[in-house]
Design a protein around this ligand. Sequence first.
Ligand SMILES: C[S@@+](CC[C@H](N)C(=O)[O-])C[C@H]1O[C@@H](n2cnc3c(N)ncnc32)[C@H](O)[C@@H]1O
Length: 244
Amino acid sequence: MRAGKKVVFLSLFPELLKTVCETSILKRAQEEHLLELFFIQIRDFSLDKHRTVDASPYGGGEGMLLRVDVLYRGWEAAIQILKPLTDVKPRTIYLSPQGAVLTQEKARALAEPNDEPLILVCGHYEGIDERFLELCVDEELSIGDYVLTGGELPAAVLVDALVRWIPGALGNELSAESDSLSPAQAASEGGLLKYPQYTRPPTFQDKGIPEVLLSGNHGKIEAWRKAQRLAVTQRKRPDLLKKP
Ligand SMILES: C[S@@+](CC[C@H](N)C(=O)[O-])C[C@H]1O[C@@H](n2cnc3c(N)ncnc32)[C@H](O)[C@@H]1O
């Protein structure tokens, strides 16, 4: 069984996803075998000579829907790719504005080193045939309460949020635990925002930095940061403090 979190994308625009995934930390995570990505072109599973993947909705209405038969064959191909790599049943996620909204906590849960592979299904046009949801999808996830033209950017967002939680992916210098909204920082269930941060130069346009950060006193610095987390959250996202 091969190491590393395995993710298969089912998409009409895999090139868009590849561009994002071949950059920065996502690229490094793959080079270090912490993450293994596969890209499936849905159109390859159309059986007609025009490589059609969509059709108009029964009962009328706007736009076109991705066909269940074409999607299903693509999904079966994803299962076949994963079969020799892991014994764990893949989790199929449809990126959709109708899903639960992705959170930092959810990204962490999906990254858990449990070897559960993910199949991320990217819709397009007016969406997908409902029967594909019934047959193959374990979960729908949204990246926010707005509608995009396709699921590629949401899938890239999901995998980017997830990779930060794979141990070793950020290197030693960074930790997802101390990021804004991370569950480990929770004073309430929702997590807090990060404290303000500063780097060189020490003065810019008459603006200095808080004295405490130059004090060398780690206890005082930690206390300041803790207080700032609360103050910043109160100021920018008071809703996070009100979560039950
Ligand atoms: C134009 S949307 C379809 C929206 C659908 N007609 C509806 O009203 O629910 C096309 C595709 O973009 C993706 N998408 C759009 N907004 C999204 C969001 N906020 N989060 C995740 N995926 C989204 C989904 O994969 C969807 O199938």
